[in-house]
Structure formats: structure tokens, C-alpha cells
Design a protein around this ligand. Structure first.
Ligand SMILES: *Cc1c(COP(=O)(O)O)cnc(C)c1O
Length: 369
């Protein structure tokens, strides 16, 4: 199976497994796991922040950050297409006691400053209104096709937030992809945010884990929130060791971007697929099936029976994500499979369903990551 549903499907490399087997361990709730401590120092340094904290997931990293920045009863401004708003089970409302204000994402992922401003009441003394406490940005912007927020835009949001007295949290699940795309050190991309979450378990290819970085005081709050949420782990150095290897290999994300370009250009050559290779900036390719008679469900299922896993990601678009587990040759094979599904047409689906009914893969829908 060529797995393009997500970069979360990456499996630990032999180097990671070896590092996990050799890791020095301790109890991380006591702050005594030397491998976790090393990873946290390394992550803080890479992001140019004072401190960092290992998290079991990006979702918990975002939630602990929101709980630390945003008082209960306050409002957080989030992209209407953001992971925090769409895919995190409403955790900030349920567990953090805050209200979300969804702000429209422009096609390039930006939350326009005018739209952010509309989230602030004219009269902050009027007790009817929940007061904004935090702006959350996402870079790269998953549901906008992995687009990168420009440095200029991030600077503008920082100035806006300072003028309004609110904090900025960056959901940088794929911020290392953004850094490669911009040709900048990741610390530059973290610079205008008070806090940053990034995932070790996506393109960086570690099996488990995310990091949150920020000021030392902020990270003390995040650690308390992490414990409260049940994310205080003991010998977590086991997967911190894989995280260290993952950070060593961050440079290879450039290959994923090349493969995404290769895929988009291949798909653009097929009649019946709508895709814009010019819009592909990182490791995510969004496309639509325009050939008559298909739905994304029937199309993904037919591709699945041919050995290609792709999934829907919002508004009926299919998403393909490149990662360490796929080569350029896999990409060419993926384009060929899609070409074959198109040439067989929707009526081919019934025939291939009948012959391969026992195989069972029916595509998967809407699972983010
Ligand atoms: C995957 C993802 C997350 C959540 O990370 P998990 O480790 O899956 O909880 C958060 N934000 C973005 C943009 C993501 O892509």
C-alpha cells in the first residue's frame, strides 16, 4: 500500500529504534529523565525560546498552551479551518472553559487583521462580551493545503496582538516544513509567537510526541496543565530518544516537498483531476476529482483497492501527504494508479469491487492528522 493519507503514518527508522533501545531513562514527572531533558533543551534552542515541554500529542500541546494563556471565560481567536477549531474535539471549551471565535482563513491560510479585529468588542468594559485573550495561528496550514504563513504576515499579527494586549500561540505541527519552504531557521518562524507547538510524529517521523516551547514561566504553566490532563509520563525518554533522532533528520523534509511537487505535476497531467501545482508549497497536495460519476468516497475506495491510500480533508477535497515512507518511485506509481482509476471510470468501480471484495480497504474519511 502506498500510504498518502498522512505523514503521521511514518514508522520509526532503524536509527530511532536503536536510540530508543539505548536511551538513558528516569521519571519525567520528577524532571529526572535525562533524555527528555535533552530533547526539551534541544527544542527550546531550535525554536529560540527559553524552555520547552514534551507532550504526548499535538492536541494536548495546543490545549495545555491555550489553558496557560487564556483565562476561563475568555475568547480565543482561531482559524475556522484550523486544527484547533476543527479537529481537537472542542477541548479548549470543555477543559479550558474558553469560547472559540472562528475567523475565516483566507485561501493562503491567513486570518485577515480586519477579521481578527472584529472579534474584539468595541467596549471592553461592557460585561456582555467575552474578552479575547489569545490568537492562534497555524503554520503550515493543513486544511489550506499546507500553505506557509509569510514572515511579514506573522510580524503584522504580532504587532496587532501587542496593540490589543493578547498573546499569540502558533500551532506549528508542521513548522519544520514551513521553515524548509521559507529557507529560514525554525527559530525565525517561532519568533513572533509567544508559544509554539510542533509535532515530532508527523513529517519528522518519530512515533509519538510533540513539543511546546515558550518562556520559562509559560512552560511551568504548561507542565502543570499537562499533568492535569493526564499527560505527565514517566520513562518518556523512550520516545524522546526517537524525537532527538527526528530533529537530526529534519533536513530531509525537503525531499517530501519535492515529492509533493512531483505528485501535483503528475496529477495535473490527468484528465478528470483538478489540482494546482503552483499552490503546493510543502508536503500536502489537495485535489478534486472532476471526472463525472465519481464521488470522493468511491474514488478513494477504488484507489485503495489498487494499492493507494488517500483520504478526504474537508469540503470534498482529497488530500495526499508525502513523507519519509514514500519515494519518488512511489509517487509515480500513485499517479499511475489514479490514472487507471480514472480510465476505468465510475463503472469500473463496481467491477473491481466485485473482484476484490475480500480485500476490504474502503478508504478512510475525514481523519485528520
Ligand atoms: C496533527 C495536527 C495537530 C494535532 O497533533 P496530534 O499529535 O495528532 O494530536 C495539531 N495541529 C495541526 C495543524 C496538525 O496537523
Amino acid at each position: 500500500m502506498i500510504e498518502l493519507r498522512s505523514d503521521t503514518f511514518t514508522l520509526p527508522s532503524p536509527d530511532m529504534l536503536q536510540a530508543m533501545g539505548r536511551a538513558r531513562l528516569g521519571d519525567d514527572v520528577y524532571g529526572e529523565d535525562p533524555t527528555v531533558n535533552e530533547l526539551e533543551d534541544r527544542a527550546a534552542g531550535l525554536l529560540g525560546k527559553e524552555a520547552a515541554c514534551l507532550m504526548p500529542s499535538g492536541t494536548m500541546g495546543n490545549l495545555a498552551s491555550i489553558m496557560t494563556h487564556a483565562p476561563r471565560g475568555s475568547k480565543i481567536l482561531v482559524g475556522a479551518e484550523s486544527d484547533i477549531y476543527v479537529y481537537e474535539a472542542g477541548g479548549a471549551a470543555v477543559l479550558g472553559g474558553v469560547t472559540y471565535e472562528p475567523v475565516v482563513n483566507r485561501p493562503d491560510g491567513r486570518l485577515a487583521l480586519g477579521d481578527l479585529a472584529a472579534g474584539f468588542p468595541d467596549d471592553p468594559e461592557d460585561p456582555q462580551f467575552a474578552l479575547p485573550s489569545l490568537i492562534c495561528l497555524e503554520n503550515t496550514q493543513n486544511r489550506c493545503g499546507g500553505v506557509v504563513l509569510s514572515m511579514e504576515y506573522q510580524r503584522e499579527v504580532r504587532a496587532f496582538a501587542d496593540a490589543r494586549g493578547v498573546a499569540v500561540h502558533l500551532d506549528g505541527a508542521r513548522v519544520f516544513n514551513a521553515a524548509i519552504a521559507l529557507g529560514l531557521p525554525v527559530a525565525e518562524l517561532a519568533r513572533y509567537a509567544d508559544s509554539v507547538q510542533f509535532c515530532l510524529s508527523k513529517g519528522l517521523a518519530a512515533p509519538i510526541g510533540s513539543m511546546v516551547a515558550g518562556s520559562a514561566e509559560f512552560i511551568r504553566g504548561v507542565r502543570r496543565a499537562r499533568k492535569m490532563l493526564g499527560g505527565g509520563m514517566r520513562q518518556a525518554g523512550l520516545f524522546a530518544a526517537a524525537g532527538l533522532v527526528a530533529l537530526d533528520g529534519a533536513g530531509r523534509l525537503a525531499e517530501d516537498h519535492d515529492n509533493a511537487q512531483r505528485l501535483a505535476k503528475g496529477l495535473a497531467g490527468l484528465d478528470g483531476i483538478a489540482v494546482d501545482p503552483g499552490a503546493v508549497q510543502t508536503n500536502i497536495v489537495m485535489f478534486r476529482v472532476t471526472a463525472p460519476g465519481f464521488t470522493w468516497q468511491t474514488f478513494a475506495a477504488a484507489a485503495g483497492r489498487r494499492g493507494l491510500a488517500i483520504a478526504e480533508l474537508g469540503h470534498g477535497r482529497l488530500r495526499a501527504v508525502t513523507h519519509a515512507g514514500v519515494t519518488a518511485a512511489d509517487i509515480d506509481a500513485a499517479v499511475a494508479i489514479i490514472g487507471r482509476v480514472l480510465s476505468e471510470g465510475p463503472q469500473g468501480i463496481e467491477a473491481s469491487k466485485a473482484s476484490k471484495a475480500s480485500k476490504g480497504f474502503e478508504g478512510s474519511e475525514g481523519l485528520e492528522g
